[in-house]
Write a protein that binds this ligand. Structure first.
Ligand code: GLN
Length: 242
């Protein structure tokens, strides 16, 4: 019998859809022949040492930020990101990873940062504007990915924040800005182009997933579907970074 490679993915379990991520990784492990994927709920800084990678789930970014703060996780997580460990943020997790967020809490909100993008919080509208839509993600093949968007953030800029960002604007601390200057942010998934928008694939407002080296962020919720291709993609990222 061939030896199976094992990875441990920590899922930040303070608020939001963490159970669903853990379940997706578990189903992946059951179906993959050569990789054992263990996923654990992370609630304390000492648990990070057991993890090869981390997922920050969707939920509510202000609640997640408060939970991180109360658990003493904010600085350990920033150090983890600075060390170049793999991290995947979904929806609120994308906001937490962003270096700049607009439309946040009045007075600003705390971001972990590291991913050099600007996001607009609730940029697709409020809860009633939640929608499902096939997403184009060439890295996963031709079959579109079922995107579930719930008060999702919009990717407003790749790289530095735009100067006309609408207030309130939140920034990650200076220690997290421009961490990986030689690794550009790559869009990896888009909403389908509107029939009359030939430039759609370069319009940041259609970008719904980005990658910058070992940082991955999706504005939608792959853990709320049974399609495990993005969980699998992240595991491959983790294996490649080992
Ligand atoms: N709009 C939420 C926030 O600001 C994110 C929503 C989600 O994760 N589904 O955190």
């Amino acid at each position: 019998m061939s030896e199976r490679t094992g990875v441990t993915i920590g899922v930040l379990a303070l608020q939001g859809a963490f159970h669903e991520h853990i379940a997706r990784f578990a189903s992946l492990s059951a179906s993959a022949s050569h990789v054992t994927v263990r996923s654990i709920a992370v609630r304390r800084p000492d648990q990070l040492a057991q993890c090869d990678a981390l997922v920050i789930p969707g939920g509510e970014s202000t609640a997640i930020a408060l939970g991180m703060h109360n658990a003493g996780l904010t600085e350990p997580l920033r150090a983890w990101i600075r060390d170049g460990k793999p991290v995947w943020g979904t929806c609120a997790g994308m906001i937490m990873l962003a270096n700049t967020a607009t439309g946040g809490k009045r007075g600003g909100q705390e971001l972990l940062g590291g991913l050099h993008i600007q996001v607009g919080r609730n940029g697709f509208g409020s809860q009633v504007n939640s929608f499902e839509c096939d997403v184009q993600c060439p890295s996963l093949g031709e079959t579109p990915f079922p995107g579930v968007f719930i008060r999702a953030p919009v990717v407003e800029a790749l790289g530095a924040a735009s100067s006309d960002a609408s207030p309130p604007v939140s920034h990650s601390p200076a220690s997290m800005q421009n961490l990986f200057p030689d690794t550009p942010v790559q869009p990896i998934a888009w909403l389908p182009p509107a029939s009359n928008a030939s430039h759609a694939l370069t319009d940041p407002s259609r970008i719904v997933a980005v990658r910058q080296g070992r940082l991955l962020a999706t504005s939608f919720h792959p853990e709320l579907t049974t399609d495990t291709r993005l969980h699998s993609y992240f595991v491959q990222m983790v294996l490649a970074s080992a």
